[in-house]
Design a protein around this ligand. Structure first.
Ligand SMILES: [Zn+2]
Length: 343
């Protein structure tokens, strides 16, 4: 799939294409910007474009997506391509010095079939200090045929010495409309589903392309039932649900959806554009609920949920957290206007 099919990122794309066209490709680039917006995909396409078997057209080299080289890079089995990334299964995923040693042992050989020997280091900020120092040595005197693409959402977490060896390319999140258009085109889904996925993933195109739409819609339905007026009426219902969710290890997921619901209430309360709502299909119910709810209380609740989410990885009692949130949502919903406390 050629460059032109990548969504957004016009500036980095133009810079990379110009570099290829004028044969001025640097030895190392740092692709940085928010998580999940397509930096890694761009790095892979760039690698494919450089080593593509097809002759380049008038616009310079591009990735045809169908030749042997493009296929091999996509599958990470190209002899001149190496993708280094942390083991995400680990609790503290790291790129260790062994990974960089492996890279060093390969980079000393000239490309076998491609134009360049290309190495992508994804989540480069996860390199240990030892790994970063080892990589720095290679970056200081890179072989002429080598190309390093470092990808990170936390550039500040990389040693300045490593950063200074790379040409930096900043990636900004594509606009909501671009994300929706891409989802409609690539996933062939209706506009309201595209909008929903864009909101759920906070416009992260990479994530939005992969999110299971059916499962996410089912979660939305399940949790909006939980936060609906009828469920909130019964304390027993809330406590039973909190217990069941915590027991099934679904408390973080529940907190995420409840936060989404509360955020919607806040947005409706302040009269924001409904297009930003997660639960747009429940606009009438949201309006009905939001009307009687104190804005301060909703904002406090949202702050607290977000704090719980941040500490959820530590030993927080998730069942209790969930119970607290649901009971507070219930309180907010049943607070009579005249006795609202100014929190
Ligand atoms: Zn190709």
């Amino acid at each position: 799939m050629p460059f032109r099919d990548l969504i957004g990122h016009e500036r980095p794309k133009a810079i990379l294409r110009a570099a290829m066209l004028h044969d001025r490709v640097a030895h190392a680039y740092l692709f940085y910007g928010e998580d999940g917006i397509g930096k890694r995909l761009m790095a892979i396409r760039f690698a494919q474009a450089i080593n593509c078997d097809r002759d380049s057209g008038p616009d310079g080299p591009d990735a045809c997506g169908t030749c042997r080289s493009c296929h091999q890079i996509e599958a990470c089995i190209h002899p001149d391509f190496l993708l280094i990334e942390p083991d995400r299964e680990q609790t503290n995923p790291q790129i260790k010095i062994e990974h960089i040693r492996e890279l060093e042992s390969q980079i000393i050989y000239k490309p076998l079939v491609g134009r360049r020997k290309i190495c992508i280091v994804d989540e480069a900020d996860r390199m240990t200090l030892g790994a970063a120092n080892a990589l720095l040595k290679t970056l200081e005197e890179p072989p002429g045929y080598s190309l390093f693409l470092l990808v990170t959402s936390r550039p500040f977490a990389l040693p300045a010495t490593v950063r200074s060896r790379c040409q930096g390319l900043r990636f900004a999140a594509p606009a909501r409309t671009q994300v929706e258009a891409a989802l409609i085109l690539k996933r062939e889904i209706p506009p309201d589903d595209a909008r929903f996925l864009a909101v759920v993933t906070q416009d992260r195109i990479g994530q939005a392309l992969q999110t299971d739409l059916g499962a996410t819609r089912a979660q939305q339905e399940e949790f909006s039932t939980l936060t609906a007026a009828r469920s909130l009426e019964s304390i027993t219902t809330l406590l039973t649900a909190a217990e069941a969710l915590a027991r099934a290890d679904r408390a973080p997921e529940a907190l995420e959806w409840i936060a989404g619901w509360v955020r919607d209430l806040v947005l409706v309360r302040v009269g924001a554009d409904p297009d930003n709502l997660l639960n747009l299909d429940q606009l009438p119910a949201l309006k009905e609920r939001a009307r009687g709810m104190p804005l301060d209380g909703l904002l406090d609740l949202l702050d607290d949920i977000e704090a719980m989410q941040r500490s959820a990885t530590r030993n927080l009692n998730l069942q209790m957290a969930l119970e607290t949130v649901l009971l507070r949502l219930r309180d907010a919903a049943s607070a009579p206007i005249e006795t609202r406390s100014a929190r």
